[in-house]
Design a protein around this ligand. Structure first.
Ligand SMILES: Cc1cc2nc3c(=O)[nH]c(=O)nc-3n(C[C@H](O)[C@H](O)[C@H](O)COP(=O)(O)OP(=O)(O)OC[C@H]3O[C@@H](n4cnc5c(N)ncnc54)[C@H](O)[C@@H]3O)c2cc1C
Length: 756
């Protein structure tokens, strides 16, 4: 028994390393070739031999390899059939011999075809419905022909499944490339555009609006998620429709078919297989759309939240296809094909490991739980780290399950695992890119003691934190980007990272917008007396002692009023303390106000401002609360473009910022420069402190209408940039939609979001 098992393991191993073909069935990979060889095999394989153990209904199908490889009647009948039929098909004898070596003993060596030929031509012909073989016999001609057609039909169906899976992936990726091309054309030819009425129509009714009403970044009632934008919804619907069509078409039923017990079962099996293959193709897509570093982000220029939304929908469709695949097979058969397949069909599962069935079920259960329970918005917002842990653990379970599901059943002969290779490649690429980004930006702080540590400080008002990091190399940071920050000494999980918008950057090699060290006290900030605005700059005074954050003494350093930054490139972020690591940081900083600690930075992510920003003559930036951090980046970009004298740049920047907390206004304004200077550069700043509770509400619609339609003539180009709470961002979007096409002004929208 032990030696038998050992041999089986060897056969499995050998068949896996011999799989020379690449691709999927019909596209780079052939199965059941030469056909005559497999039609002969299928005609004899299921027959009861003298050595066949009595079978129970539900046990694994057919004779075991040791019986087939030792039974003379079987081997000589098969050899004779192959020689005659393959000769008639003009298959070369070496090809026939190779096929014989592969299949005759079910992987166990049985000598050459020649040596197994009967010494005299058999005279007995098997009846069509033969059940046993006890002497060397001629194949039943009709049964042989039916077996041949069955295999041809089966290969055709497998090729169709594989083709449709490939079409699905190709259409999605192809569409991404089209988006990329469109982006490239827009960048290269900014003045090439559709006639205004047409472009306005698309903007107003398809491209810009929320799906229904104005709900997009506000949470859907019941906290179940966000509603994708209208464009994204259309794309998702097209993708679902494509899946439905590819599931529904091309199921020719063969009669007679020697592999299925009825045409109903054949139909069920074909549908289940189609769903299974599409599920595998979709797994590749799911992973492609999941990573921080997926090339699809760079190609399409879409926001991460759009890409993640698509990832969610692909995952849902994948799970549904996987679940239906399992349900169909679960209802129709068992791991050995009982009650669906005839014994003759066993030739396509020779030496399979029955555990493939269990692994498939495990993968599909994990998929179901992952999309229906463990990815819901409440878990993501309440316990992000737990969500992330479960997400990764389940993703690994699914990929392992899917791997063994096909490899233990088909030994890589059909190429289903190709979809998993693609998934692994994209996942690996993302992880490697993250590591490279981290190494590039942080290596100096790891090995050079002279390299400054990150500086953390409480901003005036004591509610907000500023983090300044000194990247190891000069990198082109830009507005609209975010980075992930790791605080390895402060979190139990050193791999925990959090995204924060780049609020300002200082690149020593390029001229910086002029900043002032003057501070405006928070008490002077009122809607009537708006704060001056300038990009943040570090307030780190190199002469001031800065302590390590881990051992903060209970002393308070007065707020720093100078601005002597080490001559190093730096990036700053402003953090609102939430409940996790940011709260931890805040609590520690309350004791010292300023400290240094190890911060690893990974990024930057997010595309630099699109052509929309550069092509506009007026930027209307609408910030809500901590959303100001992202808008500050745009302001810095505006000022540096002005300083550089770029030809394609806006000439006016209106910053409208509403915040509930005075402390936030104090915190941000404490870092700012002279408002008169800004005004001279075309920047207008308006701040509204709404206060907690019944504070003043801001009429964004009025603001947008006033700014877009109020002044200037035909041909003005306004770009609205919004970043803030859902209600504010949705209000801005709705207002932009409302003014599109009016007064000949062209309006665009850039929406920065802190959620996905
Ligand atoms: C693109 C982007 C830019 C952002 N920029 C800023 C910024 O400039 N300033 C700022 O104060 N905040 C910003 N945020 C929000 C910031 O990421 C969270 O406030 C921070 O992760 C909270 O950490 P915590 O451990 O204290 O969170 P918790 O108290 O555990 O959670 C608070 C909220 O943050 C979300 N969150 C937690 N961890 C993550 C994560 N790793 N990825 C995404 N969301 C997470 C949770 O879902 C929850 O809604 C940004 C978010 C995004 C997506």
């Amino acid at each position: 028994m032990f030696s038998k098992s050992l041999l089986l393991v060897f056969v499995l191993f050998a068949s896996s390393i011999n799989a020379g073909d690449i691709g999927v069935v019909g596209l780079g990979r052939t199965i059941f070739q030469p056909l005559c060889c497999y039609a002969c095999l299928s005609s004899f394989w299921s027959l009861q031999l003298s050595c066949t153990e009595a079978q129970r209904e539900t046990q694994d199908r057919g004779s075991d390899p040791f019986c087939h490889s030792t039974n003379t009647a079987y081997l000589s009948s098969l050899a004779y059939c192959m020689q005659v039929k393959c000769g008639a098909d003009n298959v070369s004898s070496s090809e026939t011999e190779q096929c014989w070596a592969r299949v005759a003993g079910d992987g166990v060596s049985v000598g050459s075809l020649e040596s197994n030929l009967p010494s005299i031509v058999p005279t007995v012909t098997l009846p069509y419905d033969a059940g046993a073989l006890d002497q060397t016999s001629l194949v039943n001609e009709q049964y042989y022909e039916d077996s041949r057609k069955t295999i041809q039909g089966y290969v055709k169906q497998e090729s169709a499944h594989a083709l449709y899976g490939t079409i699905l992936v190709a259409v999605v990726i192809g569409f991404c490339f089209c988006l990329g091309l469109h982006r490239l054309i827009n960048y290269a030819l900014p003045h090439r555009c559709l006639p205004r009425p047409i472009s306005s129509f698309f903007s107003k009714y398809i491209y810009l609006p929320a799906l229904v009403g104005s709900m997009h970044l506000r949470k859907f009632p019941g906290n179940i998620g966000y509603v994708p934008s209208r464009t994204l919804t259309l794309l998702v619907l097209c993708y679902i429709a494509l899946n439905a069509v590819l599931c529904a078409i091309n199921y020719p039923t063969l009669t007679p078919d020697t592999w299925y017990i009825s045409s109903k079962k054949q139909h069920t099996s074909l549908i289940a297989d189609r769903l299974g293959v599409l599920c595998y193709a979709n797994i590749a897509l799911t992973i492609m759309f999941s990573g921080r570093n997926t090339p699809l982000l760079w190609i399409t220029g879409c926001s991460r939240s759009d890409i993640i939304t698509f990832h969610r929908w692909v995952a849902r469709v994948t799970a549904i296809e996987g679940v239906v695949h399992v349900v169909l097979y679960w209802n129709g058969t068992n791991s050995s094909g009982y009650n669906m397949f005839t014994l003759a069909a066993g030739i396509h599962t020779v030496n399979y490991n029955p555990s493939y069935w269990t692994w498939g079920i495990i993968a599909v259960i994990a998929m179901g739980f992952m999309v229906a329970v463990f990815s819901m918005l409440p878990l993501r917002t309440k316990a992000y780290e737990i969500f992330l842990f479960i997400h990764i653990a389940f993703a690994i379970t699914i990929l392992v399950g899917l791997w063994y599901h096909v490899v233990w059943r088909y030994h890589k002969a059909y190429g289903y695992e190709v979809w998993l290779y693609i998934a692994f490649a994209f996942w690996g690429f993302d992880r490697i890119s993250r590591s490279l980004r981290m190494i590039l930006l942080n290596w100096k702080s790891w090995i050079l003691p002279s390299h400054p540590s990150a500086i953390l400080e409480l901003l005036p008002g004591d509610d907000f934190i500023k983090v300044t990091v000194f990247p190891s190399l000069i990198w082109n940071f830009s507005a609209g980007q975010h980075c992930y920050l790791y605080f390895p000494t402060l979190t139990t999980n050193p791999f925990q990272s959090h995204p924060f918008s780049v609020a300002s950057w200082k690149n020593c090699s390029t001229p910086q917008p002029q900043t002032s060290a003057n501070e405006t006290s928070s008490s002077s900030l009122t809607p009537e007396n708006p704060p001056p605005a300038l990009p943040l700059h570090s307030t780190h005074n190199s002469t001031e002692p800065i302590i390590e954050l881990q051992d903060i003494p209970l002393t308070t350093t007065p707020p720093n009023r100078t601005s002597s930054l080490p001559p190093k490139p730096s990036i700053s972020f402003i953090l609102r303390p939430e409940h996790g690591v940011t709260r931890n940081l805040h609590t520690r900083l309350l004791k010292s106000r300023k400290a240094k600690t190890a911060v690893i930075i990974e990024g930057p992510y997010g595309s630099a401002p699109s052509t929309k920003f550069r092509n506009a003559d007026t930027i209307l930036a609408i910030a809500g609360g901590i959303g100001i951090t992202s808008i500050l980046g745009y302001l810095q970009l505006y000022l540096s473009e002005l300083e550089k004298g770029s030809k394609r740049r806006p000439s006016r920047f209106i910053l409208f910022w509403t915040a509930r907390e005075e402390s936030l206004i104090a915190a941000v304004s404490s870092q700012m420069g002279d408002v008169e200077e800004l005004n001279a550069k075309g920047v207008e700043v308006r701040v509204v402190c709404t206060g907690i509770g019944d504070g003043e509400r801001v009429d964004v619609q009025e603001l947008v209408r006033g700014e877009v339609l109020g002044e200037g003539g035909e041909g003005r180009k306004v770009c609205v940039v919004s970043c803030g709470p859902g209600a504010l961002a949705d209000g801005a979007r709705k207002s932009v939609v409302g003014v599109v096409g009016k007064k000949g002004v062209s309006v665009d929208l850039i929406e920065e979001a802190f959620c996905w």
